[in-house]
Design a protein. Structure first.
Length: 209
């Protein structure tokens, strides 16, 4: 864990990925919460390194595992849902810029909406109004992303955590194909090598944790 923190301080995301992975593997099977925290650190580093679809897959796997563990601390599950929602939001943003079919990027956006909505509801139930307000604001950010005109989106700077992310649509399709290799009736739509554009102007707020 110390090596991962040192690597993160240097913005050495490959180092964080490696160190967090080794630290998680070294833990006893019973230490699920700490292992998940380390794996979430690793997933965050993958986003910053440009491996957004891979990070989402890791987080989805962790969430499925969390559903089978009733003893998982609420704080760990909250972080997991929030991190996954943020990553889904980033993916929807990038895939839309890359010219992905609306069904593809909207699927990511809807997944983010569901998680942020659930987090807001849980925060209200636990009498955490400030946290609930943060998640509600993040939910509104996703809705704005869905409704925003593409020309306006192209004029906005990329989310800070995703400045290294490219070809998100293509990588997501590869993942989908590897999970369920079926004939689709034709080749997938072509994706530009890097269709991202950066600019200035108001933008949807980036989700927080």
């Amino acid at each position: 864990a110390e090596k991962a923190r040192t690597a993160a301080a240097r913005a050495d995301w490959a180092g964080v990925i490696e160190a967090s992975g080794h630290a998680a593997e070294a833990l006893p099977p019973s230490d699920t919460p700490l292992r998940m925290e380390l794996e979430m650190d690793r997933a965050d580093a993958r986003v910053r390194k440009g491996e957004l679809p891979e990070s989402i897959s890791d987080l989805e796997r962790l969430l499925a595992e969390a559903g089978e563990n009733r003893d998982l601390p609420a704080r760990t599950l909250q972080r997991l849902r929030s991190q996954l929602a943020s990553s889904q939001y980033y993916a929807a943003w990038l895939m839309r810029l890359e010219g992905a079919p609306s069904a593809e990027w909207l699927e990511r956006a809807e997944a983010a909406r569901q998680q942020f909505r659930l987090l807001a509801e849980q925060s209200h139930s636990n009498s955490l109004p400030r946290l609930a307000a943060d998640y509600e604001q993040n939910l509104e950010s996703v809705i704005r992303l869905e409704r925003m005109d593409l020309s306006e989106l192209k004029g906005l700077p990329l989310p800070r955590d995703c400045e290294a992310c490219k070809n998100c649509s293509q990588q997501s399709r590869k993942q989908r194909t590897s999970r369920s290799p079926q004939k689709t009736g034709g080749p997938p739509p072509e994706t530009p090598k890097d269709a991202r554009k950066a600019g200035q102007g108001s933008r949807p707020q980036e989700p927080g944790s």
